[in-house]
Design a protein around this ligand. Structure first.
Ligand code: SF4
Length: 711
């Protein structure tokens, strides 16, 4: 028996064909393959996706709830959650309650979380680990286009004349998209690829030009490009005049920041000739896609870096066309689905912000929360790192963490641990029996996992796909939306959380996206998926992948946005944003003379709770490592293959040394995956300061300062 579903790992969102067998009423997942009909992947899977059936970990699943360390019936645990939340709300107010969600949740889970926390508990403090992933791109898109709207799609990558990969190791982190790009390049020998990254990565295999940029200098690089385009008469004046505002200010800032190639080359530590080649290629092609990822987003200047890229595309009119546009690719499988329902602390619901005119009243009417006290919050809540600070201050008394392991993934993890230890109520919904954060939970709720969860996810090109429930959850495990609905019912909100199937939640989500929609308002139409309302269970089960918006104007979805040059700002014009380079507050010191870079490796996912279960996924990099330049190692008495120690005032990391000239001198790289579960002292987040972008709140996880010593 076969069933179609979607991979739960990266933001490519590949289609999966699952092989199922059934014996004595017991169903098992025996294998997976690529779904040839899925338009994101056309039958491809990477090594992680092709090992999905090996990582279910049935022997190590969380099957029972726990309250204060004691195993208990799920119903009693939900009673405990409801009673304790009600008590905290009564004594300290709604704002003492917070939720921390995950890009691993399905859109239906996210919708119920947003409705419960904001709509019914009345707290704005609901954020997500997607804050660590694409918050800077979101903030930049909003500044430029008036909305969090990714203009491009995967076909654009294939149709481009020039593809610029900036801060993205596509070969390891989005492998199927890399395969699509490689195939497109082999079909079109005229296509050029530029890779911009401090490290030589496997992505460089496709590079016609590689720029080993100094970390954190991307704003200057793209400001230099804007200056160059102006100097060479390559600005698309017609596009700028008709479709944008702010070009004068942006250009003035760019000229001041990056007046000429020599200045940019000096600050970005690049060869001037290579730099000029990049600028010439960008300026002389119309069909250019700049794909960017965590190397751009995870910075204290992440939003400005994104806007510097977007500025160049607007200035060249390289947007809204086949094979053109600034394309942020998300790290997680449903980072975008979470944004669709409002799962960021600065969002309200259905892509509406708190300051969107009439939004609070509209959502209140839709959710029928007028009678509640308090009703919907009126201002944004705490973003991820600010949530931790609010716990430290004693303001947040209850935190419900779902499908994520913040003790490993948030920066300055020792501080995160201390904060969670002092939080009076920590609730963790989790599918695996062991992770670092579970150990700090007062109440543990067993959740369903991939292959059991049933709902939708949205990938990096706005494509909504079905993730299908193929197996029953083990023990008492339930879907996250069911756990929340169980608590909601116990708190007296049963009528609003009476859904019995995810199709009903999706329907409500689709209806909210078009509720009281002004057909003339572009900022509504763009997120409107009301065309997917009323599918019923059958239609929902059969839902084929489709790209939002889906409405009367786009009944089959929309592959590309802004084709008419009309944006979702009040006047319909995009904004170029004046940005200038800002040095990171984290600079080398005598005690910490090396810049630390962190990232994923090819065959692992996040904190390895699933991928570590497949032996073949452990072969690629079997243990924590430190990549360092041979000269930096030699200067510190560190040798290839030995254990070494990275340390700073925040913590330490121990890993096996890998000497490589792919690493720039003065910089080191470590993977983000390992943690206490592997009895290793190799938690990268321990070395990362809780510094973030002031606009997006995204942590600067790509940068730390450390010392390297022999073990
Ligand atoms: Fe899964 Fe991403 Fe690999 Fe596709 S590329 S199979 S979505 S991990």
């Amino acid at each position: 028996m076969q069933a179609k579903t979607t991979c739960p790992y990266c933001g490519v969102g590949c289609g999966v064909t699952a092989e199922l067998s059934e014996q004595d009423g017991c169903r098992t997942l025996t294998g997976v393959g690529g779904d040839p009909a899925h338009p994101a992947s056309f039958g491809r899977l990477c090594v992680k996706g092709s090992a999905l059936h090996e990582t279910l970990g049935q022997h190590d699943r969380l099957r029972r709830a726990r309250v204060d360390g004691l195993e208990t019936e799920l119903g009693q645990a939900l009673d405990g959650v409801a009673e304790r939340l009600a008590a905290i709300r009564c004594e300290h107010g709604s704002n003492a309650i917070a939720g921390y969600l995950s890009g691993q949740l399905l859109t239906e889970d996210y919708y119920i979380a947003n409705k419960l926390f904001k709509g019914y508990l009345g707290t704005p403090h609901v954020d997500t680990n997607s804050r660590l992933c694409m918050a800077s791109a979101v903030a930049a898109y909003k500044r430029a286009f008036g909305a969090d709207a990714v203009p491009c799609n995967y076909e654009d990558l294939e149709e481009a004349e020039l593809v610029v990969l900036s801060g993205s190791n596509l070969a390891w982190n989005h492998p199927v998209l890399f395969q699509r790009l490689r195939a497109a390049k082999s079909r079109n020998p005229l296509m050029r690829v530029v890779v911009i990254d401090p490290r030589v990565t496997d992505t460089c295999e496709l590079a016609d030009l590689f720029l080993p940029i100094a970390p954190g200098s991307d704003t200057r690089l793209f400001n230099g490009l804007l200056s160059y385009m102006a100097a060479k008469g390559r600005l698309d004046q017609r596009y700028l005049e008709r479709h944008t505002r702010g070009s004068g200010e942006a250009l003035a800032a760019a000229r001041e920041d990056a007046p000429d190639i020599a200045t940019v080359a000096h600050h970005c530590e690049l060869d001037p000739e290579r730099l000029e080649t990049f600028y010439y290629w960008f300026a002389s092609h119309l069909h250019v896609v700049t794909l960017f990822s965590q190397g751009i987003n995870q910075s204290a200047s992440g939003t400005d870096q994104c806007n510097a890229i977007i500025n160049c595309h607007l200035a060249g009119g390289q947007i809204g066309l086949p094979g053109a546009g600034p394309f942020s690719i998300t790290g997680q499988p449903n980072a975008m689905g979470g944004r669709e329902v409002g799962g960021l602390a600065n969002q309200l619901a259905a892509h509406m912000d708190y300051h969107t005119p009439g939004a609070i009243e509209r959502v209140t009417r839709f959710w029928r929360t007028e009678h509640l006290t308090p009703t919907l919050p009126e201002a944004p809540g705490h973003k991820a790192m600010a949530l931790i600070e609010a716990i430290e201050r004693g303001e947040i008394k209850a935190l419900w963490i779902m499908a994520t392991n913040p003790l490993v993934s948030l920066p300055d993890s020792r501080r995160v641990r201390a904060a969670l230890e002092r939080c009076p109520l920590v609730i963790v919904s989790e599918c695996m029996a062991h992770n670092d954060t579970l150990a700090l939970a007062d109440i543990v709720l067993p959740a369903s996992s991939w292959a059991e969860k049933d709902g939708t996810v949205t990938n990096s090109e706005r494509r909504i796909s079905r993730q299908r429930g193929l197996l029953p959850p083990p023990g008492d495990a339930c879907h996250d939306w069911q756990l929340m609905a169980g608590v909601a019912r116990r708190m007296g909100f049963g009528e609003a959380f009476a859904h019995v199937h995810p199709a009903e939640i999706f329907d409500e989500h689709a209806r909210l996206s078009g509720f009281e929609n002004d057909p003339a308002a572009a900022d509504w139409r763009i997120f409107d998926i009301s065309g997917l309302a009323g599918l019923g269970r059958e239609g929902y089960d059969a839902l084929a992948p489709i790209q939002w918006p889906v409405n009367a104007a786009h009944p089959q979805g929309a592959a590309r946005l802004f084709e008419e040059g009309r944006f979702v700002t009040g006047d319909g014009r995009a904004r170029l944003v004046a940005v200038t380079s800002q040095p990171s507050v984290q600079q080398r010191t005598a005690d910490a003379p090396l810049i630390l870079n962190t990232g994923r490796i090819r065959d692992q996912w996040h904190t390895m709770t699933r991928t570590a279960r497949a032996p073949r996924l452990m072969h690629h990099r079997p243990e924590p490592f430190i990549e360092t330049h041979p000269e930096d190692a030699s200067a510190r008495g560190v040798v290839e293959g030995a254990l070494a120690r990275l340390h700073n005032g925040l913590g330490e990391y121990i890993g096996r040394v890998r000497l490589t000239t792919a690493q720039r001198r003065g910089e080191v790289f470590v993977p983000i995956h390992w943690n206490d579960r592997f009895a290793s002292r190799a938690r990268a987040s321990e070395l990362i300061a809780a510094v973030g972008d002031p606009l997006s709140g995204q942590p600067e996880s790509k940068r730390g300062v450390v010392q390297l010593s022999p073990r």
